[in-house]
Write a protein that binds this ligand. Sequence first.
Ligand SMILES: *Cc1c(COP(=O)(O)O)cnc(C)c1O
Length: 399
Amino acid sequence: MNKQEYMNCAEEELLHTYNRFPVVLERGEGVYLYDTDGKKYLDFAAGIAVSAFGYGKKEYNDALKAQIDKVIHTSNLYYNTPVIEAAKKALAASGMDRIFFTNSGTEAIEGAMKAAKKYAYTRDGHAGHEIIAMNHAFHGRSLGALSITGTRHYQEPFEPLIPGVRFAEYNDLDSVKKQITEKTCAIFLETVQGEGGIYPAEKEFIEGIRKICDEHDILMVTDEIQCGMGRTGKMFAWQHYDVKPDIMTCAKAFGCGVPVGAFLMTEKAAEKSLVPGDHGTTYGGNPLVGAAVSTVFDLMEKENILEHVQEVAPYLEHALDALVEKYEFVSARRGLGLMQGLVLNVPVGKAAAKALEEGLIIITAGSDVLRFVPPLIIEKSHVDEMAEKLDKVFAQIEA
Ligand SMILES: *Cc1c(COP(=O)(O)O)cnc(C)c1O
């Protein structure tokens, strides 16, 4: 089949929940992807902030292959060694005390929501608690996560959602304070808002949230699904601030491509929350994903990924700032580390589509932001290559 035939097939078979870019990706190598016609693309999306080590990373692939030959799945009724290793590394990197493995980001959020509700239930001896979440937040598509996702058009067709969710403005501490009631059990926030348009938390805001949570014995839950795992130059973005969450979620680059997420918590949160019978998953933390997560942490350390991100991110910022300077319709840049956004006053979807024609894979966030979440292994030369391609795209738009 040729590309058009593949695309026609897909449109007949797959439920139409995505408007896909017209490209059929077939294989990858380093930070490049190749389509079925053999066309080469520089990847600045990493499968939505997932493929931190790009493609064809030998140690990672070898570890997965070796685990496949041993055992892929056993269930959570038994212990398995890869997940014990993965847990040890995730807890060491985060300073958390307990971890529960899930199969996706949205499930990590579901688990965190249940843990927060259970914590307050144990504390107060009754149910009926509320969660505070942020406008423009994105936490996933399952009904619980959707209930705390602060974008009306994602929610509306699926109402009624989980009751007892109150929304506040991100980076506006007073708006959060206004939503606190006696029933509040947790405040959920992304440390850097992703889908909502790449907004890093301001220091006073996130540190203020920590303070509010301490004062009221409310749990602070940070969603690190997109901004975690080294993307911002720290293993977890909250580590840039003088805070430590009670619960945090992880997914996307956590397994670098195998479907795995997690929610992690402190002993204080764990003591009063989920116990046998409260929560479970058939696949979660199986030997295959355990091997992946474990190898990802090993590689992060071995390749000094955090230092690398800290070094290459300012270079990316500089390249993007130059585009802000040069083009009137590019109004701003914001972000943290290798999670950056450019605000455009022209349709961003069109810009991303034109970039694809130029051999650059890039995605959008919100309605007006071009999002840069490349593999963490990109070099400065790749930044140059990206900037050159984007410059061509922008020149076409301007013309
Ligand atoms: C992607 C994402 C999720 C949802 O993860 P899925 O694996 O798609 O369910 C939740 N929170 C944030 C911040 C995300 O970026």
